[in-house]
Design a binder for this molecule. Sequence first.
Ligand SMILES: [Zn+2]
Length: 127
Amino acid sequence: MTRTNNLADGQERLVIPPARIAAERAYRVQLMTQRGRLKQLCAELQNMRSDDSVRLDASKITHLEAAAQLENIEARLDSIDLALSRLREGQFGLCVECGNEIPTERLEARPDASLCVPCCQQPRRSR
Ligand SMILES: [Zn+2]
């Protein structure tokens, strides 16, 4: 008996353990929830920028701050989208630089993390 799966596309893949499938499902839910929340924030900030009549005193946020926040949120959304595509491709939890596994604690703190700790600490940053 062999342990390889012959898939329809002829590729052989390792059998994914059920614990990992469950964990990935949990990460997906977490990512989708964050994504929804950020999209909403994004929309609110965009409204704020386009509407000068918004009472800025009450919200204690300036247009500049709104723009800066919007930029952060958009970057985070990109990062979440990338994490979701890594989930789809079975690459989730692997460092995009070196291919090593990203520690679970790191993924739990930030499921859209794309780098392992050593790669993250390197001075060279792609963005
Ligand atoms: Zn790495």
